[in-house]
Structures are given as structure tokens and as C-alpha cells.
Design a protein around this ligand. Structure first.
Ligand code: ATP
Ligand code: MN
Length: 465
């Protein structure tokens, strides 16, 4: 008999039909005569209720059907008498695939803390919370591909292993096949990479942008969506050592079009969540964040504020003058801290904010320089509860200016000769940005720790599972 997904079974009304359902037992309760098994197969947050005539199967047979066990049930689809569901199954045949010893299966009762569940990340997908989150992760991935595909962007694959260390986005994880117990060094004590796998020092990528730009200068509009690695020792609820990043790059876009793309993109993804993940969203809204759905609707319906860094600093300075306390000082030329970003978004504007035109000293060498000689066409999209969700810019397309800025910022020309070449041959204005997928996931799920929106988080001192 062909298996029916619970998500499909719950929609049916052809009562009397035989169905085969397979899944994991959430609970079994009942009395002497009848048992009710709540079965979940991951296709949807809801369980299907299996009604079992105890006499028909025998207590000995039913005993191992406890929370966590995996079973297959063949039975009749019937209209439910009980509250909370329309459809249930009257069991004719039950096969037990695998039991779960109640003494040792950790997911016995509901209401485990998120911290506890992180320690059993191999089992947490079986909870309502993580089922919802990981289904939404899938839907968000689809939303992203859909958005770009519909607009004629090409999905472009940039390398994971990179030989350049110039993006300046963060500390990198080194990739090597050298014997770390027996490193060969030259007369200055520097490690010799000649015999390493690639014959040079290599690392895991911190961004696919530079290669993405090469592609945009040929295909017009591209996006990447892949794993990204940063060896930053920052133990925050918003940073992972391994995360997924989406990086569109578009020829002929200037900063204003880049900002609009960022807004349209996020709004599309959030709308997608509202349209495709209703059950899971309702659950998360109920359990974790009563304002979640309202917040998502608000973001879909409202333009993001556009503001320069200089204007932002002015607002923050005035706030301090009016008695607002920050841990870190504000002063033109230094990077904004998360507390500052969140003040602008959550207190001052109460809207997502796109901050532009940052001081060139705190941004990367490739950003387009403004005529004031002090700022670059950077843009950060700042979100409530999250802070920075997107970082991007218009890129410097002028060969001499780019080369000069790379020199000033100590980016060796030998590492970026290929990147500079795009500015020698058919250069054009272009722009792009990077969105951290898990930051978007934090926003759409209402979760507050980034470790809870990726299946197996990699953070300092944690690479279990
Ligand atoms: P932050 O200031 O929050 O550390 P960043 O400025 O270093 O971020 P960018 O280099 O601009 O980040 O990267 C683009 C996007 O990637 C960020 O806007 C963010 O959404 C995401 N991102 C960056 N670092 C991380 C990380 N360690 N874990 C998860 N997402 C990240
Ligand atoms: Mn950034």
C-alpha cells in the first residue's frame, strides 16, 4: 500500500478509505479499551490521531509503542469524534519499525528548554519547534531561488576554498593537508606552502562576492547561495562560524537600485513565509513571540527608511544628549555597535533602516568612493531584533581608484590581479550585497538565538554532530 503523508491525510474527507501512515509517536494515551496515538511524520506540524482497539492488538504488542517509537499504521480514515482534529485513523494493522526506550529517549515531555535541545541537536528536529523551523528553512530557500529566478538572475556557484584573503570580512579557517606535527619552515621561520595541497595558503571562503562580481560582469545579474565561514571568536546570538549567505551582484545597478533590490528581496521572502508557512508560523507566534506575525506583516507593508551614516550618527548623538545610555560611544568615523543600530530601528524609526555612505576607513577596499573623499557607497540593512541583516555596496568600478584603495588598505595586488582585471576590461558600474540566511531565519521565525535556526550550528568550541 502506498504511504500517505499526514499533511495530505489531514486534508482528506473520503472517510472509509484505507490509508497507510508512517511516522514517529508523539504521545500515546488512552484507557483499558482504547489507545490514542498522536503520530507525526514531519510533513506538517500537526499530528494525526490513530485510534487503536486495545483488544484487537493486545497489551503486549502495544506496550513498546511509546513516545519516539516509529510505526507504520494501516487503517481507515474516519471523521474524528474528538476535538482538535477533523480526521483520524482507525488502526487495522500496525508495524513497529523502531522502539524508543522511555528510560533513555530524551524527548519525553514537552517544554524542554532551547538550551537543552541544542545539546541533543540530533533529535531536536522531532520537536514541534524545530520541525517548524526546519520546514521554514526549506521554504525560505525556495523563496530566495524563486525571487531571483523570476527576475532573470542566474544562480552562480563561487568556490568554497579560496586562495585570497582580501575580502576583509573576518578571520578565516585555513585549509591544509600539511602535517601539522612536522611543518616545514624557511630561513625566516615562515611556513613553506609549496608542498601544501594547492601550493599556496588557502582558506574557507568568507564571501563569494569577488567571484560574484566577475560573473555579474558577464551574465549581468547573478546570485550566490552557499556556505560561508568566519573564524570569529564572537559568542553572540547572531554569529555562527559556518553560515549560509545569499549574495546578488548586478551590473549597471547603482546604490539606489541596490537598496530597492534589498527591500524587494526581503519583503518577497517574508511574504513567502506568510503565504507558505502558516501553520508553523502560528505555532511559533503562539509559543515564542506573540508579535511575530504582526511584525512580518509590518515589514511586508512598509518601505524601509533610507538614511546616511552621517544622519544616523546625528540622531544617535542627539539621543545621547537627551539621556539615552549606550555602552559604546558614538562618534563619526567609528562603526556602529549593535545597540546603536537597534536604537535607530526599534526606538527611533520603528522600521527597518538602510544606512548608507559610511566612512571609508571602516569599510572594504572595493566600495565605491564618494566625491567627498571621506565616505563610500556602502549600505547596511538594519532590522528589528536582529541588527544588521544585509551588508552591501556599490562597487568601485574605476581601475585606478580601486588599485589605489587596495594599496592603502594593504591588500596585495598579487592576490587580486584577476579582480582588478574586470576594471581593466569593459568595466561598468555595479552593485551587490550579502544577506545572512540565518539572520533572515531569525527574523521570520522569531527565534532569538542563531544556533536555533540552523540544524547543526558551528560556533567556538562546538562542532558536535
Ligand atoms: P556583523 O557586523 O553583524 O558581524 P558583518 O558586517 O561582519 O556582520 P558582512 O561581512 O557585511 O557582515 O556579511 C554580510 C551579511 O552576512 C551580514 O549582514 C549578516 O547578515 C551575515 N553575517 C555576517 N557574519 C555572520 C556570522 N558570523 N554568522 C551569521 N551571519 C553572518
Ligand atoms: Mn556588514
Amino acid at each position: 500500500m502506498i504511504r500517505t503523508l499526514i499533511s495530505d491525510a489531514l486534508k482528506r474527507s473520503d472517510f472509509g478509505a484505507d490509508v497507510n501512515i508512517k511516522g514517529w509517536v508523539r504521545t500515546r494515551r488512552g484507557n483499558k479499551n482504547v489507545s490514542f496515538i498522536a503520530l507525526n511524520d514531519g510533513s506538517i506540524i500537526h499530528n494525526i490521531q490513530v485510534v487503536v482497539d486495545n483488544e484487537k492488538f493486545g497489551d503486549e504488542f502495544l506496550k513498546p509503542i511509546t513516545t519516539g517509537a516509529c510505526i507504520s499504521v494501516i487503517g481507515k480514515l474516519v471523521e474524528s469524534q474528538g476535538k482538535g482534529q477533523n480526521v483520524e485513523i482507525q488502526a487495522d494493522k500496525i508495524e513497529i519499525y523502531g522502539t524508543a526506550d522511555p528510560e533513555t529517549y530524551p524527548l519525553q515531555k514537552k517544554g524542554h528548554t532551547l538550551e537543552f535541545l541544542r545539546d541533543i541537536a540530533h533529535l531536536r528536529p522531532r520537536t514541534n519547534t524545530f520541525g517548524a523551523i526546519f520546514r521554514m528553512r526549506h521554504h525560505m530557500s525556495m523563496a530566495i531561488h524563486n525571487f531571483f529566478h523570476e527576475r532573470g538572475f542566474f544562480y552562480f556557484h563561487t568556490p568554497i576554498i579560496t586562495g585570497s584573503d582580501c575580502e576583509g570580512a573576518g578571520n578565516m579557517f585555513q585549509v591544509t593537508t600539511m602535517n601539522l606535527y612536522d611543518l616545514k619552515k624557511d630561513e625566516n621561520g615562515s611556513i613553506k606552502y609549496d608542498n601544501d595541497f594547492f601550493g599556496k595558503q588557502t582558506s574557507l571562503t568568507v564571501s563569494g562576492q569577488l567571484e560574484g562580481e566577475l560573473a555579474a560582469m558577464a551574465l549581468g545579474a547573478i546570485y550566490t547561495f552557499g556556505p560561508t565561514f568566519r573564524a570569529e571568536n564572537s559568542n553572540t546570538p547572531r554569529h555562527l562560524a559556518e553560515f549560509w549567505m545569499i549574495e546578488p551582484e548586478v551590473a549597471f545597478y547603482e546604490i539606489a537600485e541596490n537598496m530597492q533590490l534589498a527591500q524587494d528581496f526581503i519583503q518577497h521572502c517574508v511574504r513567502w513565509a506568510l503565504n507558505n508557512c502558516q501553520d508553523d508560523l502560528k505555532f511559533l507566534n503562539e509559543m515564542y513571540d506573540k508579535e511575530l506575525i504582526d511584525r512580518l506583516n509590518f515589514v511586508v507593508d512598509n518601505d524601509f527608511v533610507r538614511l546616511t551614516y552621517t544622519e544616523g550618527v546625528k540622531i544617535l548623538t542627539e539621543a545621547v544628549a537627551n539621556g539615552v545610555k549606550f555602552e559604546f560611544p558614538i562618534d563619526w568615523g567609528t562603526d556602529l555597535q549593535s545597540e546603536h543600530e537597534r536604537y535607530l530601528v526599534e526606538k527611533h524609526f520603528k522600521k527597518p533602516v538602510i544606512l548608507t555612505d559610511y566612512p571609508k576607513e571602516i569599510k572594504s577596499f572595493y566600495m565605491k568612493q564618494n566625491d567627498d573623499g571621506k565616505t563610500v557607497r556602502a549600505m547596511d540593512v538594519l532590522f528589528p531584533k536582529i541588527g544588521e541583516i544585509i551588508g552591501g555596496s556599490q562597487r568601485e568600478e574605476d581601475y585606478d581608484k580601486l588599485k589605489q584603495r587596495a594599496k592603502e588598505m594593504n591588500v596585495p595586488e598579487k592576490d587580486i590581479w584577476w579582480y582588478l582585471d574586470t576594471r581593466r576590461f569593459g568595466t561598468a558600474p555595479h552593485s551587490g550585497f550579502g544577506l545572512g540566511f540565518e539572520r533572515l531565519m531569525l527574523f521570520v521565525t522569531g527565534m532569538s538565538n542563531i544556533r536555533d535556526v540552523i540544524p547543526f550550528p558551528r560556533t567556538p568550541h562546538n562542532a558536535e554532530f
